[in-house]
Design a protein around this ligand. Structure first.
Ligand code: ATP
Length: 284
């Protein structure tokens, strides 16, 4: 029996723009993606019975074909006609259905894991090509780092890493479906678009303040009027000294960027003790 342990890291969107709705219903996006050191843990081991078996610490998550980890493992194992099976333990820390690509990142880790466990010899690029069949964010989760994502999110251009800072993450206790958000977005009626090119420039110069100042997410036009708690969390983070605060992806998680560690720690304490957030994390 062979066993490996993997980390599946979350992402935030430093900028998220939607250019248009395509004829096929997908939205064409332009986003700055950033991996953050908040992760789920996967342990994968080979099994002799040819089955894929998944277990997770969250009872409400599916453990069959509906889990992206299962789907990712099956995709590679079918393609390479692997006769052995695999057992996967998934321990979730990334908030679920939160705009942080938790499921996509777990799927990316499963692809990496199956590739290693069964010595398939696939390159990162080859894993990314397969990942897009599972979800638009999966190739980025395989690649990691900082990137411009275009198309439906799968066309990736690596960018310089974001300057060092402290990231406070707060997820309110509400559920927001990605389908609802995109379904209610009026892409052709957006009055403002975030300056994604300006953010790329800021990354190239290592200018954290400019990067933060230019943060923008057009999906807030749908979620903020519907769920006022998102605005409240943003405002509290700003009062606590964040350079800027914004919703990640389709939400409802909000993140704030802090230059000063003491201010970030204080804000973390405040959100943890009481307030609008159910899950709170501070990462650097
Ligand atoms: P994104 O940022 O890509 O929109 P998300 O944070 O909105 O992702 P996920 O946490 O990936 O959303 O989960 C969305 C739904 O997908 C969940 O409600 C869950 O039922 C299903 N799901 C399938 N596999 C997983 C997984 N491994 N982890 C979490 N959710 C999963």
């Amino acid at each position: 029996m062979k066993e490996i342990k993997l980390k599946a890291k979350a992402k935030i969107n430093l900028g998220l723009d939607v250019l248009r709705k395509r004829e096929d219903g997908y939205h064409e996006v332009r986003m700055i993606m950033q991996t953050i050191p908040l992760y789920d843990k996967l342990t994968m081991r080979t099994a002799e019975d040819g089955q894929i078996r998944l277990q997770t610490n969250l009872r409400f998550l599916p453990v069959g074909e509906d889990n992206l980890v299962y789907r990712a493992a099956k995709l590679l194992m079918d393609e390479f006609q692997i006769k052995q099976g695999v057992e996967i333990d998934l321990v979730k820390y990334i908030p679920v259905a939160a705009g942080m690509a938790g499921g996509s990142s777990d799927a990316a880790a499963a692809l990496v894991g199956v590739n290693k466990l069964f010595n398939l010899g696939l390159s990162i690029e080859q894993l990314m090509e397969r990942g897009v069949k599972i979800g638009a964010d999966v190739p980025f989760c395989v690649m990691r780092g900082t990137a411009l994502a275009e198309g439906i999110g799968e066309k990736l251009t690596p960018l310089p890493p974001m300057p060092k800072c402290h990231i406070l993450i707060a997820k309110p206790g509400i559920h927001v479906s990605t389908k609802f958000v995109y379904g209610n977005l009026r892409a052709d009626a957006l009055k403002e678009h975030p300056d994604i090119d300006g953010q790329i420039e800021a990354l190239k110069r290592g200018d954290l303040r400019k990067l933060a100042r230019l943060m923008g997410n057009v999906l807030e036009t749908v979620t903020v009027p519907e769920y006022p708690v998102i605005r409240q969390i943003k405002e509290t983070m700003m009062t606590c000294g964040a350079l800027n605060a914004m919703m990640s992806g389709s939400g409802p998680t909000v993140f704030g960027l802090f230059e000063e560690e003491a201010a970030a720690q204080e804000a973390y304490r405040m959100f943890s003790e009481d307030g609008d957030a159910r899950q709170v994390y501070l990462v650097s």
